[in-house]
Write a protein that binds this ligand. Sequence first.
Ligand code: MTE
Ligand code: MOS
Length: 806
Amino acid sequence: MTHGPLADRPNNPKVGLPISHESAPGHVTGTALYTDDLVAHTKDLLHAWPLQAPHAHAKITKLDVTPAYAVPGVVRVLTAADVPGVNDAGIKHDEPLFGDEVRFYGHAVCYVLGETEDDARRGAEAIVVEYEPLPSLMTITEAIEAESFQGAARTVSRGDAEAGLADSTYRFTGEFEFGGQEHFYLETNAALARVDEAGQVFVQSSTQHPTETQEIVAHVLGVHSNEVTVQCLRLGGGFGGKEMQPHGFAAVAALGATITGRPVLLRLNRTQDMTMTGKRHPFHAAWEVGFDADHRIRALKATLTSDGGWSLDLSEPVLARALCHIDNCYWIPDIEVHGRIAKTNKTSQTAFRGFGGPQGMIVIEDILGRCAPLLGAQPEDLRRRNFYVPGQPTPYGQPVRHAERLEQIWATLETKADVVSRRLAIEEFNATSEHSKRALAMTPVKFGISFNLTAFNQAGALVHVYKDGSVLINHGGVEMGQGLHTKMIQVAATALGVPLSYVRLAPTRTDKVPNTSATAASSGADLNGGAIKDACEQIRRRLDVVAAGQLGIHPDDVRFVDGVVTGIGFHDKQIEWAKLCHDAYFQRVQLWAAGFYRTAGLHWDANRMQGEPFKYFAYGAACSEVEVDGFTGAYRVLRADIVHDVGDSLSPLIDVGQIEGGFVQGTGWLTLEELRWDTSDGPHRGRLNTQAASTYKIPSFSEMPEHFAVHLFEKATESGVVYGSKAVGEPPLMHAFSVREALRAAAAAFGPEGHSVDLRSPATPEAVFWAVEEARAAAENGSADAALANGSHNGHARTSGEPVRV
Ligand code: MTE
Ligand code: MOS
């Protein structure tokens, strides 16, 4: 048959079936292997242990490793002198693998290899290091004052923001600083390296970007890429935290293996992982916004400063995505947004689900949440009124295709979540409840899909059909729990027209599919799915010819459904798939193929911040209801409803899981998870104080919404994407804005009408308590505009000021 557009589905497709995760039985029985599990299968293994420095910033004046060798079981200490290639763990060459300077508290000075982990740890303790402490910067504010920045500053602009503000009926200004987030993947970073008899290096790594891990290992070892293979079985969660951070760990393991000739494992424990690896970027935002008389956003001027930590890592693209998402779903005619990256003495902040998108979007959502009461508007009305409509472009010049979906999704959500009657119920509840208040809030999401860096939008696959008809697929994507492999099996089965059970998937490795992109930007299924479909269709075209000969029809009229091959419109003559593959082999027809996919129609000018960087936008909206206790600030999420656009889902169970998980992870970021660093001038300045589950709270069952419903937006075929689907991994995280805005509204319910609530982020119970106190104080002052009246100075408060009307 001829193979139609990428989005078209054949009869009886395997995509769209609600099947469970391909490794679910392995996950729940413990048989699914992760990098660290391979230890049991590895002989003569050495364990690596980092020596972490107890300074935020210091010069290493002395490093004497000899005492380590006196410790029983210590085999080798790795230092800068051992590096045959480039002593750097990154692609920006600002991340020495073994530095002569400590750049953050917990920075590894060197690594000890021991027969056991304990031996290596004791060896590290024996090493003598002397430091000369240097001045350090721990906060964005300190960095701004010291003018400590790194990487390129960027600006997105359109029109004349200054003129737009001057032309506005209402103008407000404010500041907002919000926190980062620890990935807290269940599997900490791990790398297991060995060297074969020919010197070939093989690294099993918990990496989202096997190709880049391969490149860094190669440059550290001073060898070529063809001498290093990186394999990733699966990750116990990555969430962006394993996009770049694993490279250095893999390089240490590989270096240890080449030097000792023995396999080396470097697996961080939780504390090491939390104190050594990068997190979501915290940001500071200073803004000025103008609205017209009808409450339409007229202009926005803002400066975003991210805290990049000690090295660049992915800070530049994260900042670019923040700047490209500050508009979220709203048309802003005149806009000027500057972005820059602070350099501080913290872990090197990195990708985290949403990749800067959430940090851009929270700024405009915070602005709308704070300004709505000052405008005398319902926040939901203010949001809806400002939605993009078809034909309007983003500030960086990309048309917002399918903008009408915003309104459709919003209306669907109102119905599904029963918003009108619940508002009445909430009003009734609040009228009689003095010490606890409820509120609901709705927030929308628009998220651009594709890597901003155009070159990353390509993928490869290798599909083998064996003589017995069984199918083995390889692709460049990494499985991190998101269900990519499940979807890829569904795509292959659909494209080949065989049952799911015929298809197996082989581990991701760089010697099978080369030059791959990170599994990131939510585009794993789009890209690898495109490549697998391409490979399968090459095979199908060859099999069409073989089948056509046997059926006596034209190759275009051959149909493959569920492993049975027939012709269009008749079913009396059938060929079994396995028989056809067998016959094809004897006719010397190639039964395997390499597939390739590149996303068409992208263009991005990174310097001007203009172009069409995204293939399409993912849309959605969420409605959350909370109840806040006025005595403590403690709260519960009573109900959450989400309507989300995944195009035509490749795998609905997986997608719903991604939406639920994203929402919960986002809610963790915005409400529970608070990274606290020692910013004092004491002896532990720079130390991450929240370095364990005991002090860093991620969401658990007890914080789940009591009622939680996810609805997939219907009839949503996305043309130009594999089987009409849309990416799902990151966009749902931002539905958590609805929880934050509901908390703001509930706090406001303790105060007078028109009180603008300034809510810290994360909105921990403590933060909510202070917001409630402020609202109550405003009520006591008897002035709805109490906040406004004293706003003129605290509008420039450090954490987040009240919006000031200017
Ligand atoms: N889901 C699970 N279970 N575990 C993860 O690590 N990572 C998220 C998202 N969903 C993640 C996840 C992130 S940050 C991204 S970019 C996407 O999955 C990556 O996978 P995809 O491109 O296949 O959607
Ligand atoms: Mo996801 S933050 O793009 O790995």
